[in-house]
Design a protein around this ligand. Structure first.
Ligand SMILES: NC(=O)C1=CN([C@@H]2O[C@H](COP(=O)(O)OP(=O)(O)OC[C@H]3O[C@@H](n4cnc5c(N)ncnc54)[C@H](O)[C@@H]3O)[C@@H](O)[C@H]2O)C=CC1
Ligand SMILES: CC(C)CC(=O)C(=O)O
Ligand SMILES: [Mg+2]
Length: 348
């Protein structure tokens, strides 16, 4: 089993190092790693954020463990050369259309949430985010209006097949949990969202056991803070899912806690924390590696068929937290490496 390791930029390499230590400690027979440059690091070395070799490795691998991309030095580059194009390119090239972002509060972290502990303790949801379409992949550009003003544009669109396939992932995810699916859109304003809602309703006929509800995205942002316990599975588009999952992460303690799986139709996947390269703390040993370590657990479960090993990692993370391991984002002083040490010590 080949895992492509793509550490990327900023805190990406720091958190990937800790995930790799945990995977090594499991001593899984036949698991091999191959590392490659991606993002700003790749641009600086090769002139492209997603070099052909890196893409070829990602295609060849059984799974991809990804850190994060993004480098302030690259923010003025033409868009197609910016580090973020690497993760967008991987998602598109590998048809990773289904992004699962579980947001669960480890009970030990009730005090780390931005919400009151009795509200935060109810959080146990999965955000299913569409990852191959929407405004991120529509036609975009800069142009001049008739009166000579600069105008930026990004086209938002979904076709019905794109909505149907992610709706099915949402329903399937709900079937495996509490059978409650909330579809989040902005159908009161956007035609893209009206189609989204119509197709989700049509797809519901295939899953009559699931209780389906609909919510506008602005209300959803509010409800995530007011009463996050009401959500079981949320299915939504690329842009809304991006924003809502960062918000949900803070309700669950920290953005440094949320893992993700980005899957294609055959469960091949890229696994990454939901956060970015955090240039404000990069190189300081302050990054929380648990989101990446938990992403490695998702990789073992979804793409490598090793659910017991995934359980071992998740149990070790819970034990490390019970034992008091806290990086600064969780209100503590543990360094990135010490968080990794705590998980390693808790592995049984
Ligand atoms: N999938 C990816 O590779 C992503 C890349 N990005 C890129 O990352 C760069 C920085 O973006 P931001 O908007 O600042 O988002 P960010 O997620 O990198 O950071 C937001 C805030 O959360 C903190 N944070 C993030 N991860 C943390 C961790 N593991 N432990 C402790 N604190 C953590 C950061 O220090 C920062 O204050 C940009 O270039 C952006 O485009 C952003 C999101 C995802
Ligand atoms: C570079 C962004 C598109 C990535 C992001 O913010 C995310 O996937 O959460
Ligand atoms: Mg994001």
């Amino acid at each position: 089993m080949l895992v492509a390791l793509l550490p990327g930029d900023g805190i990406g390499p720091e958190v990937i190092t800790q995930a790799r230590r945990v995977l090594d400690a499991l001593a899984i027979d036949g698991l091999v790693f191959e590392e490659a440059l991606v993002g700003g690091a790749a641009y600086k070395a090769t002139g492209h954020p997603l070099p052909a070799d890196t893409l070829a490795l990602a295609k060849r691998a059984d799974a991809i463990l990804f850190g994060a991309v993004g480098d302030p030095d690259c923010d003025a580059l033409e868009r197609h050369l910016r580090p973020e194009q690497a993760i967008l390119g991987l998602r598109k090239e590998l048809s990773l259309f289904a992004n699962l972002r579980p947001a669960t509060l480890f009970p030990e972290l009730a005090d780390a949430s931005a919400l009151r502990p009795e509200v935060a303790s109810q959080i146990d949801m999965v955000i299913v985010r569409e990852l191959n379409g929407d405004v991120y992949f529509g036609e975009k550009g800069m142009r001049k209006t008739a009166t000579g003003k600069r105008e930026g544009y990004d086209i938002m669109s979904y076709d019905e097949d794109e909505v149907r396939r992610i709706a099915r992932v949402g329903f399937e995810t709900a079937m495996a949990r509490d059978k409650k699916l909330c579809s989040v859109d902005k159908a009161n304003v956007l035609e893209t969202s009206q189609l989204w809602r119509d197709v989700v309703i049509e797809t519901h006929a295939e899953y009559p056991e699931v209780a389906l509800s609909h919510m506008y995205v602005d209300n959803c942002a509010m409800q995530l803070v007011r009463n996050p316990g009401q959500f079981d599975v949320i299915v939504t588009g690329n842009l809304f899912g991006d924003i809502l999952s960062d918000q949900a992460s803070m309700c669950a303690g920290s953005i440094g806690m949320l893992p993700s799986a980005s899957l294609d139709a055959a469960q091949k996947g890229l696994y990454e924390p939901i956060h970015g390269s955090a240039p404000d703390i990069a190189g300081q040993g302050k990054a929380n590696p648990l989101a990446t370590i938990l992403s490695a657990a998702m990789m073992l479960r979804y793409s490598l068929g090793l659910p017991e090993q995934a359980d071992r990692i998740e149990a070790a993370v819970a034990k490390a937290l019970s034992g008091g391991a806290r990086s600064p984002d969780l209100g503590g002083t543990h360094s990135t490496r010490e968080m990794g040490d705590a998980v390693l010590a808790a592995l049984t």
